[in-house]
Design a protein. Sequence first.
Length: 188
Amino acid sequence: MARVYKKLDFPTEKIRRYLEPGPIVLVSSSWEGQRNIMTMGWHTVMDFSPALVGCVIASSNHSFELLRKSRECVINLPTTALLDAVVGIGTTSGSEIDKFERFALTPESVEGVDAPAIRECHAHFVCRLHDDSLVDKYNFFIWEVVAARVARTPKHPETVHYTGEGLFMVAGKVVSRRSAGLLAMEPS
């Protein structure tokens, strides 16, 4: 039998602790000789074919204009091994430092965009801007993933998920409920 929980009122401005959308990613960008990395925790897969990812990027972020002007980026997936770099990148400004140098990360050229991937990340997803109609109103970018590269192992890496107030959760444990019915629902 499922457990029944007693619930208390909770501050609405802290709901991300329960509703965070996925693992922390590092978004790398480049425009006219400038490059940057930003830590991002708000993104969502919107469609499978074409592969679309939506994300909110604050206009006050140094990356905002680089992304808006270049219309491209690389979304890099760090593991727990990079947690200190993830936090450092998220708490410094690319207008003042080169984050690749400061956090000892290796920029890696990828075909099709000028934005560099981050070699130390488990995966990277090369993106081009698909739809910017919500950028002015909500800072919401919709990216099309045009290429993806993922490390062979581990198949299910330990990723970090931000829950607010400087706290992270670690994902990586896999629980299977695979069945013929579920497999039939997966996109081909």
